[in-house]
Design a protein around this ligand. Structure first.
Ligand code: GLC
Length: 533
């Protein structure tokens, strides 16, 4: 094995991000909801796994209408999760283990209980009126235009006190902030500084594609492709409410704030956009997000040729100097093991951790958690409540982490009732059981992360597709520019045994998803391998 050579890559280029959904990670105080002390007590898991950074979904004070994505104070910690002292302890403990901490930042909207909104709605002449998006009713008295809320219903809510509507891309409890207002913008950038001063290593910036709307308030055009069963918000094409040109200036302002701090602070942007539009979020001369989240693996059919085409399209679209990234799951999307099955989820883990670019792993994916059916009486997600029965609800991917076979799967103390039900498989599928099993999904993740750390080709090397593989085999080469070391990745996305591509001849298996040394020169059903000399 070649020796890693120091190079100019930033920590977040070599590193792997792990997403913690704090409500469901570890409940230390027994209220059935995870907390900061819980995360701190589980840092050992993250260190043993071998990730580099932990991104924590929102922990700020919130009425929890959207489970933290409705912030009522940008510079505090919700008592449910702890307090600022607990946060400081968590950051210190993470840093002591070499783990970076990335917070969620929710700039598009606040909670309707934020004092800013209370002030804004108090009168048309309030100094904070313009911090939100207020408009007169249409001439016939209805909403100003046809814009729709992501979570169902109109995107405008009438406020009788001042006889105007306010705009909300999401729930009425999540009024949109007006980033055209310089004071609002300054206040939000100050919120970033508050956390950067406390030592956070970066932010995952929420729903950035929604930050601006058409100033002329033009209607969104109807969507000719909408069919019953699709989210009601998709009845229109969000041409006037998403991905507006003003957003890039605001992102660059966030980036300047982060860059004023030492130590490569990282900004990751959440934008569900086509590749060509997504690329703009790197910003002119890379003045934007270091990592605009690439969600395209979530929507691409799980077939070798489709994924190979995606990787090539994405790589080719990257602006010069831009760093790629890949995502297989998060707290909003169906879990990978449910989308493609448990066997292929292992192959997907190898794909995620051997593609060129920073990977993000969602909590629970390292043990192969599946979407959990939620009984109607226990539905929490406002999207499912507003638009039931279409499978839009996100509770199934937010169920508690499964740590061991004890009470509440180790997520919460005995006697507590977790806020969402545990998966029925928690007694067998849990961290403790998988730690003891050298072939488990957890062992696979640890082995992949260890190999990635040992082999710069896998973290910072170049990527090239390898031709000549069977139809359902995805193959590519990673090459370390500093040493010239080449590794070949071959993934069998099908259930039949396949040969390895010719390029593999003479190499040995460094890691198989089966964790048994591999059967080269064959690829068994649902097997992925990393090969090298
Ligand atoms: C993002 C979050 C999602 C939230 C929404 C509104 O998409 O990931 O969970 O509901 O923004 O803040």
């Amino acid at each position: 094995m070649s020796r890693p050579v120091p190079d100019a890559h930033a920590w977040w280029q070599r590193g792997v991000v792990y997403q913690v959904y704090p409500r469901s990670f570890q409940d230390a105080d027994g209220d059935g909801i995870g907390d900061l002390a819980g995360i701190l007590s589980r840092l050992g898991h993250l260190a043993a796994l071998g990730v580099d950074a932990v991104w924590i979904s929102p922990i700020q004070p919130s009425p929890m209408a959207d489970f933290g994505y409705d912030v009522s104070d940008y510079t505090g910690v919700d008592p449910m999760f702890g307090d600022l002292a607990a946060f400081d302890r968590l950051v210190a403990a993470a840093h002591a283990r070499g783990l970076r901490v990335i917070l969620d930042f929710v700039p598009n909207h606040s909670s309707d209980r934020h004092p800013w909104f209370a002030e804004s709605r108090s009168s048309r002449t309030s100094p904070k009126r313009d911090w939100y998006v207020w408009r007169d009713p249409a001439p016939e008295g209805g909403p100003p235009n046809n814009w729709l809320s992501e979570f169902g219903g109109p995107a405008w809510t009438f406020d009788a006190a001042t006889a105007q509507f306010y705009y909300h891309a999401y729930l009425p409890e999540q009024p949109d902030l007006n980033w055209c207002n310089p004071e609002l913008r300054a206040a939000m950038l100050d919120a970033l500084r508050f956390w950067l001063d406390r030592g956070v290593d970066g932010f995952r910036v929420d729903a950035i594609h929604h930050l601006f709307e058409d100033p002329g308030l033009r209607d969104n055009p109807p969507n000719p492709d909408w069919r019953p069963g699709m989210p009601p918000a998709r009845r229109v094409v969000r041409a006037r409410t998403m991905d507006q040109p003003e957003v890039h200036d605001a992102v660059a302002a966030m980036r300047r704030v982060a860059d004023a701090y030492p130590g490569d602070r990282l900004l990751i942007g959440e934008a569900y956009l086509p590749i060509d539009r997504l690329m703009l979020y790197y910003g002119a001369d890379l003045s934007g997000f270091q990592l605009p989240f690439n969600f395209h693996l979530l929507s691409t059919p799980w077939r070798a040729r489709d994924i190979a085409a995606l990787v090539q399209r994405y790589e080719a679209a990257l602006p010069p100097g831009a760093w790629p990234n890949w995502v297989l799951g998060n707290h909003d999307r169906s879990r990978v093991a449910s989308r493609i099955g448990a066997a292929q989820a292992r192959v997907a883990a190898m794909l995620l951790l051997t593609l060129r670019g920073t990977p993000t792993i969602y909590q629970g994916e390292e043990i192969g958690m599946q979407d959990v059916p939620i009984p109607p009486g226990r539905v929490q997600d406002p999207w499912e409540r507003n638009v039931p029965g279409l499978g839009l609800g996100r509770d199934p991917v937010r169920t508690p982490m499964q740590w061991d076979r004890g009470p509440n799967a180790g997520f919460a103390p005995a006697g507590a009732e977790p806020w969402l039900p545990l998966a029925s498989d928690h007694a067998v599928r849990n961290v403790a059981a998988q730690e003891a099993d050298p072939r488990s999904m957890l062992s696979l993740h640890r082995a992949l992360l260890a190999l990635r750390r040992a082999e710069p080709a896998l973290s910072v090397g170049s990527h090239a597709p390898v031709a000549g593989a069977a139809e359902d085999v995805l193959a590519y080469e990673r090459r370390d520019g500093a040493t010239g070391r080449r590794l070949l990745v071959a993934l069998n996305l099908g259930g039949e045994e396949r040969g390895l591509p010719h390029a593999a001849s003479g190499s040995r298996v460094l890691l198989s998803t089966r964790l048994d040394g591999g059967a080269a020169p064959r690829l068994r059903p649902d097997e992925g391998v990393v090969l090298g000399r």
